[in-house]
Design a protein around this ligand. Structure first.
Ligand code: C2E
Ligand code: MG
Ligand code: MG
Ligand code: MG
Length: 292
């Protein structure tokens, strides 16, 4: 059995196949059945106003409860799904779950807030994406203005040509576009303008260097200045400490997401947070409190 790796060469599975490729083989096979077996779960992580602690919006993050391996992290199965193309089914499924969540808030008369969904740029290569999107929006009667699609720099570059037209169409519907993991994917700054991006998400690898690297602090300050002047929205990802929060406040970063306020939580836990409206800071030493 041969598996394609990044360098267009083939790696032969053999008796010496290590535990990771063994696991990946089964994860790949089982993932294809995860939706029909109800093994995927959507978690939500709050996006919070830096200055007031008010809940502004949330990001949907998928979780997989594998019957044998237990909870499998997205960083483990999303790359597998990207390779196999099953990421497209996952994307549609998460979108529909999120639309149902928004609908349920409306029914319970909970104030609806915008929700961000991670979409692989690969989704726009298959020609059924538009019909699927419209179908889900209609079926769930969802206001597109309550949705934002997060596209990573990495997948954006990979599928550049197809993505540009797709994003124009999506924006035309009223859905916002965020550039995820910004600063990690070798993209050029011209993408921001060419793809009419609404939001930049500064990657956690930068935020974690606050108070540790002066160079990284300069990069963050520059990004905050740039997004302000371009009238773009900016979110700092992976904020864990008060030191990081204070730095981001001082330099005018309006929105943050991170364990300092909340880990990704289940929809039930999230609706409890929504009734709090102003979220409490978490002691960084107690991260295991809620969510996964
Ligand atoms: P991402 O979109 O950049 O999501 C943010 C990741 O950072 C999430 O990891 C989140 O749990 C984690 N995070 C948030 N705040 C903190 C913090 O303060 N400290 C630390 N250490 N981590 C924090 P998660 O949920 O494991 O997801 C990993 C990646 O998998 C996501 O990165 C995203 O690229 C991908 N992913 C997750 N769900 C989906 C999905 O439904 N579709 C697609 N296409 N990708 C997804
Ligand atoms: Mg994201
Ligand atoms: Mg990110
Ligand atoms: Mg990431």
């Amino acid at each position: 059995r041969a598996k394609k790796n990044g360098k267009n060469t083939y790696q032969i599975y053999s008796a010496t196949m290590d535990i990771n490729s063994y696991k990946n083989f089964y994860l790949d096979r089982d993932l294809r059945k995860s939706i029909e077996n109800n093994e995927l779960v959507v978690y939500l992580q709050p996006r919070v106003d830096t200055f007031t602690g008010k809940l502004i919006s949330a990001e949907a993050l998928v979780r997989w409860e594998h019957p044998v391996w237990g909870l499998v992290s997205p960083s483990e199965f999303i790359p597998i799904a990207e390779d196999s193309g099953f990421i497209n089914e996952i994307g549609d499924w998460v979108l529909e779950e999120v639309c149902h969540f928004i609908q349920s808030c409306e029914k319970k008369k909970i104030t609806t807030i915008p929700i961000s969904i991670n979409i692989s740029a690969q989704r726009f290569l298959r020609n059924d994406w538009k019909d699927k999107l419209i179908h889900i929006l209609r079926k769930t009667n969802t206001d597109p203005n309550l949705l934002e699609f997060e596209i990573t720099e990495r997948t954006l570059i990979q599928y550049e040509q197809d993505v540009e037209a797709a994003l124009k169409y999506i924006k035309g519907l009223g859905i916002k576009i965020a550039l995820d993991d910004f600063g990690t994917g070798y993209s050029s700054l011209s993408y921001i303008k060419d793809f009419s991006i609404d939001t930049i998400k500064i990657d956690r690898s930068f935020i974690s260097q606050i108070a540790k690297s002066c160079d990284v602090e300069v990069i963050i300050k520059t990004l905050l200045y740039m997004t302000k002047e371009l009238k773009m929205n900016v979110v700092a990802e992976g904020v864990e400490t008060e030191v990081q929060l204070d730095f981001l406040k001082q330099h005018g970063c309006k929105e943050i997401q991170g364990y300092i306020y909340s880990k990704p939580v289940t929809i039930e836990e999230f609706q409890a947070l929504q009734s709090e409206s102003i979220l409490k800071l978490h002691d960084p030493s107690q991260h295991k409190r809620v969510g996964v």
